[in-house]
Design a protein around this ligand. Structure first.
Ligand code: SAM
Length: 212
């Protein structure tokens, strides 16, 4: 990203067409920029997911972008079917070239997902919740499409954690018998080499098992 970004990445947006346009324009440079900023979340999530469901054969990467999570899952040994969905068609084309994904589709995580209940063994959602203001609706949908005893692993920016009441959302999903959290991290480094984030804005990781 250059100066024309004008703080957009930090500010974010919940408008799907604005988000798609931003990530379409960035798709060609995204991987290199994230590498420069020491982005570790895809590797952390891939290993958290496979540690908890090593037998997973069918995984949904929700908001897959250019495919960094898919690459991390493959590097960590995942050999099953990997389905990626995202708003940004240009990012999906980069993900396709990575060869990590079995299926790639355009989809909006603010809408009901076009999958049956219990479709996946596990789901990853990394760096995406900035753009999804209704956290509870989205996480309930994740619980719906993952099978009982499967796992959901998501990230949420530290500065949005309280603003969007994420701890309370987690608790409501527990109370409603949707999931059992197995890991809710303190803030960990997110984009340490990006001047807007440095050590000021970290990331929370949430991993939860879907209830039977
Ligand atoms: C910071 S990137 C993260 C991409 C990838 N998960 C990673 O870790 O590199 C955020 C991604 O979320 C996608 N996104 C944002 N809002 C979305 C929505 N409502 N539905 C689907 N994808 C969305 C964007 O298009 C973008 O590719």
């Amino acid at each position: 990203m250059d100066a024309s970004d004008d703080g957009w990445l930090l500010r974010g947006s919940g408008d799907p067409s604005e988000v798609a346009a931003y990530y379409d324009a960035w798709a060609g440079n995204y991987d290199a920029d994230l590498d420069d900023w020491a982005y570790a979340a895809p590797t952390v999530v891939a290993s958290a997911l496979l540690d908890r469901v090593p037998e997973a054969r069918l995984v949904l990467d929700a908001g897959c972008g250019t495919g960094l999570v898919g690459a991390a899952l493959r590097s960590a040994g995942f050999t099953g079917v990997l389905h990626g969905i995202d708003l940004s068609e240009a990012s999906l084309r980069v993900a396709m070239q990575s060869g990590a994904y079995s299926v790639l589709d355009t989809a909006d995580l603010q809408q009901t997902l076009a999958f049956d209940d219990d479709s996946f063994d596990a789901l990853s959602c990394v760096g995406v919740m900035t753009y999804v203001p209704d956290v509870e609706r989205c996480w309930r949908e994740f619980c719906r499409v993952v099978r009982p005893d499967g796992v959901v692993v998501v990230t949420q920016r530290e500065d949005l954690w309280d603003e969007r009441d994420c701890a309370a959302v987690i608790d409501r999903l527990v109370a409603d018998g949707m999931w059992t959290p197995i890991w809710v991290s303190d803030p960990e480094p997110y984009l340490p080499n990006n001047e807007d984030y440095t050590d000021r804005i970290g990331v929370h990781y949430v991993a939860a098992t879907i209830r039977s």
